[in-house]
Every structure is written in structure tokens, then in C-alpha cells.
Ligand binder design. Sequence first.
Ligand code: MRU
Length: 345
Amino acid sequence: MLKESGLPRTVTLDTEKAELVIIDQTLLPNELKLLRLIELDEMCDAIKKLRVRGAPAIGVAAAAGLYCLAERYDTKNEDEFFQKLKADADILNATRPTARNLSWALEEMISCAESHKGKGVVAVKSALKAKAKDVEEQDVAVCKAIGEHGAALLKDGDTVMTVCNAGALAAVEYGTALAPVYVASENGKKVAVYSMETRPLLQGARLTSFELTENGVDTTLICDNMAASVLAQGKINAIFTGCDRVAANGDAANKIGTYMLAILAKHFDVPFYVCAPYSTVDFSTKKGEDIIIEQRSGEELRSLWYEKSMVTKKARIYNPAFDVTPAELITAFITERGIKKPHEL
Ligand code: MRU
């Protein structure tokens, strides 16, 4: 979270203890609890259950987590060490399929280990520690840069709309889609935010509303089905969203509902910006339809937020976690390298 809020980082590596430290986001906004993780199954569980979530945050968590596991391998044999490292990286990588940052961060860790092969297990462990911390610090710098580029698009008094949570809770600090709002506020511009609730897991309601208000931003929550009505009233100057994976042609996967919002943006002639670091861009995936979309349990719609099930067992439930917004609906990507049209990535 932002330093000014007094809240801790969403995800961080405790280098002294070799522990992965995360805010348990399933408890927010009612309880702020830090979890310290050292076991593979608890790291995988934390990612699958969205205790840590948001593409950049799960990448940073996986890098730190892999180092914490490696630090505890009880072997001096490099071949055995590398076998374990790759097996654990594969298991972490399989936890969520859509966010590119997860595989990106693990690839960074494995290639770092490989570049130190032959120097002995102790040297490889120490390189992995430095690399995991570097992935974390890079995330802070990259998100700040996205914030600076995005803030230049905002005027004092503007109101933006966002979906899901692509703020500080989705990264280490700042986030992506909310970074421009935070940087604009730091520069003395007042920018208000309409946050979509984001069914079924309520990242907008539980997380975006929480972190924005903790950071002093004027915040209004709406249900997802209110977006058209709010846009029709001319209240929104720009839409900023995050992103989980960008294909080479600029199609972008993000939280389910983003595509719908992009269509509305076009209809109401409101600029639609996707904020993403280059670690989210997957040049090996040609187009959006090749992106694997995570399917989640129907219980998230049926019963998660209710005392009793709200859906008859006779109904099937379809629960894709993400959708893909075609490049032609995206006004521009806001990246750490500047503002880019989809074909300029
Ligand atoms: O399922 P989640 O909560 O991990 O989904 C998160 C999103 O869709 C975010 O918009 C995306 O990861 C970008 S976060 C900077």
C-alpha cells in the first residue's frame, strides 16, 4: 500500500527470515492481517483463494515464495537443487492461468538461478534472494512510472471509473489503474473515482473502495449494472483498468466485466485506458482468443456472500474470472515506457 496511508506493502519478501509476507485480502476491508508463508501448499492456496491477487502482486509473491522455498532446500547438490526449484516453480505457475506476470516472474527467477549455475547452491540461493527483492522493487518503480504517465492525462476535478482492483492491493505499492489517481493527488490535483463493485468476488467493493478512501481519494461505489447509467450522465472523464495479459496484437484480458465497460466507453465516447507494465505483455500469444481464461467455482455466485444459497441447484453456473477486450476498443495502454496505442506496444 502507499507509504502515506501507513498501511504495509501488499506483498513483500522478508529477507532476514526468508518469509513471504502478504496482506490477506480475503479479510479486507474488515480486518488487516499479514500472513507469513514458507510452505509451497500455503503459497499456492493463498494465490488460488485470492489472499494475494492482482497480476503484479501474484508475480511478486511467486518470485519471493520461490526464493523462500529454495532457501530451505536441504541439499548441496546443484542438480538436485535445480530439480526441486523447477518443480516448485511449475506448481506455483499452475495456480492461476491468466495473469502473465506470474509466469514472467517465475521465468525471471529460473533464468537468474541458471546464470549462477556452477557456483554452488549457496551462491544460487543468494542470487535468488537478490532477484526476488529486485522483482518487488521493480514493481514499485514501474507502477510509479505508470502513475506519472497516466496522471498527465488527468485534470484537477476529473472523475474516473474503474473495475476490479488494480490499485496498491494488486501490486506492491501504487498499482496500475489507480496509480495515475494517486500520482495526480500527490501533484495536488483532485481526482474522484467511481469504483464498480465487480461481481462475483467484489474486488471493487471490498478492495478498491478500501484502499482509495484510506489514501484520501473521493470514492463512489456502484454495482456493475450501474455503469451505463453513470456514463450516460456524463460524470466520467476517463476509464482506467488494469490488465492480466496483453496479447501481441493489443487484445487485453482483465477482470470479467472489463469488455462490457470498454463497449460502453465507446458508446459514450469516454477514453478507455488499460494500465499495464510490460511484464503483463505476452508477445508469444498472438491474439486475445488464445489467452487462457481462468474458470472459477460456481459457489462464488451461488453462496459465497450469503448465509443460504441464492441459486437453485438446478441452474448451471458459468463463472469465467476474466474477459478479453479487443485492441480496437482500447484508447491506449499506459505503461512504464509511456502511453502506447495497442499497435505500438
Ligand atoms: O482475480 P483478480 O482479483 O486477481 O483479478 C485482478 C484483475 O483483474 C486486475 O485488474 C489485474 O490483475 C491487474 S492488477 C494491477
